[in-house]
Ligand binder design. Sequence first.
Ligand SMILES: [Zn+2]
Length: 174
Amino acid sequence: MNIINFINRFPDEPTCIEFIKIQRIKQGVVCKRCSCTKHYWLENKKSFQCSSCGFRTSIKSGTVMEHSNLPIRVWMLAIIFISATNKGFSAAELQRQLGLKRYEPVFRMYHKIRVVMRKRDDSYRLEGMIEYDEAFVGKSVSDKTKGKRSRDSQKQSKVAVMAESTVLEDPNSG
Ligand SMILES: [Zn+2]
């Protein structure tokens, strides 16, 4: 699916939730507490509720999106972006394309998607691929020191880096 098709097919968050919900029902939702497979969909909680013990499984629970506050549509778009190219697609570029303010959640999502993709397709290798990311390393520019620094010294403290990337086994611990 290309990006135009995606935008037409999934114009908003509810269409994405509906799609993931249907996929999960097809696969079968299993209760973590009692292993029951019969569930009711709770629309207002966006969760499956176990018909046996009442335990709730959120739409993201048990998927690559678990523990993320990013919308499902953002995840789906990220997967489209990453899978649409076989060249390097940096987390910074992904953040820019998605128009998101914070880098860190995008970085975690990006690496989780890559781990899942590698599991799905073992031939999908990043090793040896060089990608250019707009990361800058150097003297710290923390909020405390920001005000005291002159413009020139801030400029000098930035160095563009080029990194060889491999998939992280555990994006949480790094
Ligand atoms: Zn249950």
